[in-house]
Design a protein around this ligand. Sequence first.
Ligand code: ZN
Length: 427
Amino acid sequence: MSSVRSSFGSGAASLERTRQGLDLPRPVGLRAMAAAYDREIVFDEPIVTDEPLGGHHTITIRRDGSWRYVGHMRATGFPSFEFSVLATLGATIEVPGAPAGAVQLAFSARGEVHGTNEPGDREHSWDQQGHSPMLAAGWESFRHATLQRHVQFDTDWFGPAGDVLSFVGQVVVMGSLFGPIGVAIVLVGEAADDLGFDSLVLPGTVGVLVSAGAAFVFGPAVLIPVFLVGAAVTAALVKQRHLSDEERAFADRVFAGRVPLDRVMLTNLVGLGGRPFTAPGPGGTILVNVGHGYDDPVRYTGNGGERLGVNAAGQLLIHELAHAWQIANDTFTPAYYCKALSTAIGTVGGDMSAYTYGPAGQSWGSFGTEQQASIVDEWFAGKLFPEQDGAPQRQRAFEPMSSDADGNAAPNPYFGYIRDNIRAGIV
Ligand SMILES: [Zn+2]
């Protein structure tokens, strides 16, 4: 592969372009404009490089989650080029009581354009359309998104599909996609098709990609940056396995068969901020990423890192398996990433408010994903739940796994959720 040149840029939605995109007559009333603006946003900019190669692209997004990506590139001089454009819309996902997390919607286009040095088309154009539930779920944020663009080009650059991942990986490593924080990259259109995940997976793993110094776990068209505690991610250090018989028996004491343990793959990876997390993986797998809890999650008392004694033994595994329960029993939508991952980001600075939950009695479905998982793991731990600053400790007055079969006059009131929802598979 020859040296790769690239250019960055960014643009913003323009009101005039929005007006044109909506076919509204001019002049248009502010009220009509505002109403239309709510339904459709257009991001539009020229693509300029320092080579005789340039173009233009436009992303239109709509409130219902539909999108269109139109553009072209053109060779304007002697040389021919192969090019790849990665365009992202970055948005923050608001979670009440927690700092926002970032999600990137990624579009891509690629092709080749011929200069005067050889016969062939001087221009390559594209027109992709699709629908993203993430876009609909995050509309309030995406309508104020920032468009960023990264172009790579050379005369012989874009070959195997793997280069798309390497491309994404490089951009992530450079930090240009995420800024200080990031949650997930949601790939749409050709960006998703191009990835060719199967050929890129780290051998011996499911849904783990290591490329260009960055690592990801991926689910349906989503890439989530992952890390190792205390080390740079290299392929040799990533571990992944199924649950052992002992761990399965341990899990079923809480979940009573309602977590499909055959689908669970444990890894030693963590997410941003060093936090364990659980996400849907390819082929129906559920990737449970527990960092240092990997070797012996049933006895581990940490929260993903080297520090021990902050949880009851096995509590982290129960917490993450509660997320696996959510994935297995809920109808999966990409909005899960919005909620679950941005909540995880929100706790990096020690803000635990996303994990606090109200008194027992309200419906199970009215709790957030982290609230549900906390209800389960704290019911599991009961009075074994260690002292923690600022953390919710509503269930510490009760025996671990307190139930109405214990003969207690007043069992843990949160047990109702274990019996009627978790163990019944009712969301
Ligand atoms: Zn959680």
